[in-house]
Design a protein around this ligand. Structure first.
Ligand code: ADP
Length: 337
């Protein structure tokens, strides 16, 4: 499909260039031939005037019509060769440019297809298990109310998970740069952090986790909702993967025109082999404690990464298995153009 579109676009480029080039050639040819006729006319006029003045018999005029015709022919030939040259160069350049123009579109389409297949894969598993549980229940002739109640309760839990997944998927598409109609404004980073901390406070309380944080007056340009979502994701992970009665340190500093906000926990940490992949969509570290104990879809960090990119910033993770992790958000201080 990409190749077909590339050839089509090349043909479009080519026809536009050839149209312009042929039109110019016609204008140039007309201009030249007009100029030749004019020169020939002037020459004839001058010769006739001289001859009349000297009272001598007029001679045939100086520019030979054959020479004129040959000149016209040569101009036509040169212009045709120039056009063939343009056609060849434009063909090559057009093909190259069409490839360059279509590359981001094809990458976007590929990414979209991958996203759809990943999302449907994640949705299929809980839906299949729900369906088979219902089928087994319906087929059971001796089913009773108690069993039905248990099934409904379990199904609600599964539906809740599906709801969470669809919300995360929506969040992920919302922060794709292409759709970004985000409004950036000057905001206090402390306000965002206070808001984010309050959103995960109940979870932290359940695990008796203390969050250390010193407010600052550092300001940045950004989208309040997006940045709050970003810090909620990082803080939620820090709480989720911390042990009971743990601590989380939030540190903010300014360096080289950037604000660096670090969230450090002393929890289970991330293994060396998992660390390079944690920002991938649907990736979950494969440690027994992490996957089985904590619910999640492996979407949080890819959403966080997208939000940081939207702000012309980025995310970095440092972690040691069994010791804890530090997630740092780098955001530019200056207004984003
Ligand atoms: P999830 O919903 O599974 O937490 P994320 O995208 O937020 O998805 O994180 C991806 C994986 O990275 C998690 O499954 C977890 O294994 C690992 N991870 C993220 N944050 C932390 C953390 N603070 N401590 C330990 N592991 C973490």
């Amino acid at each position: 499909m990409f190749q077909k579109a590339r050839i089509k676009l090349t043909l479009w480029y080519l026809s536009i260039i050839i149209l312009i080039s042929v039109s110019f050639s016609i204008v140039i040819y007309k201009g030249f031939t007009h100029e030749l006729t004019r020169i020939e006319r002037i020459q004839r006029y001058r010769q006739e005037s001289i001859e009349e003045f000297r009272h001598i018999r007029p001679l045939p005029y100086r520019i030979d019509p054959e020479v004129l015709e040959e000149t016209r022919y040569r101009i036509r030939l040169i212009l045709t060769l120039v056009n063939i040259g343009i056609l060849l160069i434009a063909g090559g350049a057009g093909y190259f440019l069409a490839g360059k123009t279509l590359k981001p579109i094809s990458e976007m389409l590929e990414e979209q297809n991958r996203f759809i297949s990943d999302a449907s894969h994640e949705l299929r598993t809980p839906l299949t298990s729900l369906k088979s549980a219902f089928e087994v229940h319906v087929r059971n002739k001796d089913r009773n109310l108690e069993e039905a109640d248990t099934l409904v309760t379990e199904s609600i839990l599964e539906v809740n998970k599906l709801q969470m997944l669809s919300e995360s998927l929506l969040q992920l598409t919302k922060y794709q740069k292409q759709n970004g109609q985000t409004r950036f404004e000057k905001l206090l980073i402390s306000h965002i952090l206070v808001d984010a901390v309050s959103k995960i406070q109940s979870l932290a309380k359940k695990k008796k986790i203390t969050i250390h944080y010193l407010p600052t007056n550092i300001q940045i340009y950004g989208d309040t909702y997006g940045l709050t979502d970003l810090f909620v994701i990082l803080l939620d992970n820090a709480v989720k993967y911390s042990r009971m009665k743990g601590t989380i340190d939030i540190d903010i500093k300014k360096s080289d025109g950037q604000v660096i906000i670090s969230i450090k926990d002393f929890g289970i940490g991330i293994g060396e082999k998992d660390l390079p992949h944690i920002f991938d969509r649907f990736y979950r570290a494969d440690t027994a404690r992490s996957k089985s104990k904590h619910k999640g879809f492996g979407l949080g960090l890819s959403i966080a990464q997208k939000i940081a990119t939207l702000h012309n910033g980025f995310l970095r993770a440092q972690s040691f298995e069994g010791k804890g992790s530090t997630f740092s958000v780098y955001l530019p201080v200056k207004k984003i153009a």
